[in-house]
Design a protein around this ligand. Structure first.
Ligand code: ZN
Ligand code: ZN
Length: 334
């Protein structure tokens, strides 16, 4: 089978022809029907700082946002059947650390990422722990289900500040995560503004979802607006500065972006205005079925986030589209 892999601790990705893997005990083999390209995959391809730990796993097939059908069961797997359609939580847990042994796998300190620390889904087949599978609701197709991972991150970030109907929410960064945050905040009844910098195609896409106002900060400003909640999903220090300056007294600020560098924060102002600073990273395991049911219920809007579909052999074009910020979600069809 064709697989897109990271083979060296340097910029670039390579295609390889591999044998179909066999599931180990406790694992299932998933026939991948759709796999999304994530910002993380771009960082891995371009070898930006922060992914050094995956060197030990190389060569490794990347791709961690996917859905498909179970094609084979490993030894000792129960509760799953061949043909069953699933999406897969990409973060595997170790089963041995104090959190895992204490019944709190969300707190596992020995995680390995499918598509980062072990082979992922930019291939026809991938083997995964059966524990990581989440059954698809009836009628949910693979390309939508492949968005469950990024949208689980969005849902978690949008729920963390406990948004109340009518609150003014500013989301900074119109990538797929920020777009999902804006969408879920607007479903929660907030008045949502999504801001980007030189990001017209993606901001237009946000407006097409309905109920989301947009601002391109390269051409326009937020004026005197202040917000009850600001959620930063841009991963750049300037967004933190801009966002905190827009937050009202007593407001909540959520950092959901992954920052390559520390960001300066005016803590004196934060203290005097009694603002709350929250970090949002990975959604708890328990959120996944809810994300899938939200995807089913809002399929039409969610599908607008998919801007391109490509065969696996043309994956590198999909990476280029994302680098040029032309695409929102690019789905590969292995
Ligand atoms: Zn991702
Ligand atoms: Zn663990």
């Amino acid at each position: 089978m064709l697989a897109l892999r990271k083979t060296a601790a340097a910029s670039g990705l390579d295609f390889a022809e591999l044998a179909t893997p066999a599931p180990a005990p406790g694992e299932v083999l998933v026939a991948v029907e759709a796999a999304g390209i994530c910002g993380t995959d771009l960082h891995i391809a371009d070898w930006t700082a922060g992914y050094e730990s995956m060197t030990a796993a190389m060569p490794v097939t990347i791709g961690h946002e996917f859905a498909g059908a179970i094609a084979a069961l490993g030894e000792g797997v129960s509760g799953w059947a061949v043909g069953q359609r699933v999406t897969v939580r990409p973060s595997t847990v170790c089963g041995a650390c104090p959190s895992c042994r204490g019944g709190d796998p969300d707190g596992c300190t020995g995680r390995r990422g499918i598509g980062i620390g072990r082979d992922g889904a930019f291939a026809r087949h991938v083997r995964v722990p059966s524990l990581n599978c989440v059954a698809l609701p009836q009628g949910l197709d693979a390309e939508l289900a492949a968005m469950a991972e990024p949208l689980s991150v969005s849902l978690h970030a949008a729920e963390l500040p406990a948004i109340r109907p009518g609150e003014r929410v500013l989301v900074l960064g119109p990538g797929p995560i920020g777009l999902g945050i804006a969408f879920f905040a607007s479903l929660a009844g907030a008045e949502v503004t999504l801001a980007g910098v030189k990001d017209m195609p993606r901001l237009e896409l946000a407006r097409s979802l309905g109920g989301i106002a947009t601002v391109d900060l390269a051409e326009d400003s937020l004026g005197e607006a202040s917000f009850d909640v600001v959620i930063e999903a841009a991963g750049v220090a300037a967004a933190v500065t801009e966002g905190l300056a827009r937050l009202r007294r007593g407001g909540r600020f959520v950092v959901a972006g992954i920052h390559a560098r520390p960001a300066p924060i005016d803590l004196t102002r934060l203290v005097r205005l009694e603002q709350t600073l929250l970090g949002a990273y990975r959604a708890p395991i328990a959120d996944w079925p809810r994300v899938l049911s939200l995807l089913s219920r809002h399929a039409e809007a969610a599908r607008k986030m998919i801007t391109h579909r490509l065969p696996l052999a043309e994956a590198l074009q999909g990476f280029d589209l994302l680098r040029a910020r032309q695409g929102c979600k690019v789905i590969l069809l292995p």
